[in-house]
Design a protein. Structure first.
Length: 199
């Protein structure tokens, strides 16, 4: 017997990951290289969501046609970036904008939730929110960054989902309204699975 070096340990972990049958198992093995908490993963993803919200104020977008309909077709996963050991799914600003336009810039929890008008465009301020968080992308074979998975929320409802002690009533409403749309793009989750993603 002999002492293994850090390089040997990392090599064993990488080779073990290659032997796994699916991406989820490979990801679980690779966690041993850089253990990171679910909370840290969510914080990194939240920072990318913040960038997306800021970009919506600055970027020019192609308006969708008034008769726009959801494609209801699964899309291929997009490229990922590794930030601080976390694989982050890229976000498409145009897709987020499309989702906000589709909702007519109203809060999908309650259209009467009042908000302000954006300085950059004559639209109510709403935030795009991935109902199935992009931090969960490794659990799916399809892209989560699709209009069918993005809901339009006022700032209060968005923050309630992220930080509120009782967000389940909001999740239930959104899940019931989006379940069929999600399944149409290959995103199949139960309500209980969705709730666990927010805990």
């Amino acid at each position: 017997m002999f002492s293994a070096t850090k390089e040997m340990y990392e090599c064993i972990i990488r080779e073990t990951a290659k032997l796994q049958q699916n991406e989820i198992d490979r990801h679980e093995v690779l966690k041993f290289l850089n253990p990171i908490s679910q909370k840290q993963i969510q914080q990194i993803n939240d920072s990318y969501d913040d960038r997306l919200k800021n970009d919506l104020n600055k970027t020019f977008f192609i308006p969708i046609k008034p008769d726009f309909k959801y494609e209801r077709c699964p899309r291929t996963k997009k490229e990922t970036k590794t930030i601080a050991g976390v694989e982050v799914q890229s976000r498409d600003r145009q897709i987020a904008f499309n989702a906000l336009m589709y909702s007519k810039f109203l809060c999908e929890i309650d259209p009467d939730h009042n908000t302000f008008i954006r300085r950059s465009r004559n639209e109510r301020y709403m935030e795009p929110h991935h109902l199935i968080p992009l931090s969960q992308h490794k659990k799916f074979d399809v892209s989560l960054d699709v209009e069918e998975n993005i809901v339009s929320l006022c700032n209060n409802c968005q923050n309630l989902l992220h930080y509120g002690s009782d967000c389940e009533a909001l999740l239930k409403k959104l899940y019931d309204e989006r379940k069929d749309l999600l399944e149409s793009v290959g995103i199949c989750v139960t309500y209980d699975e969705l709730v666990s993603m927010y805990q």
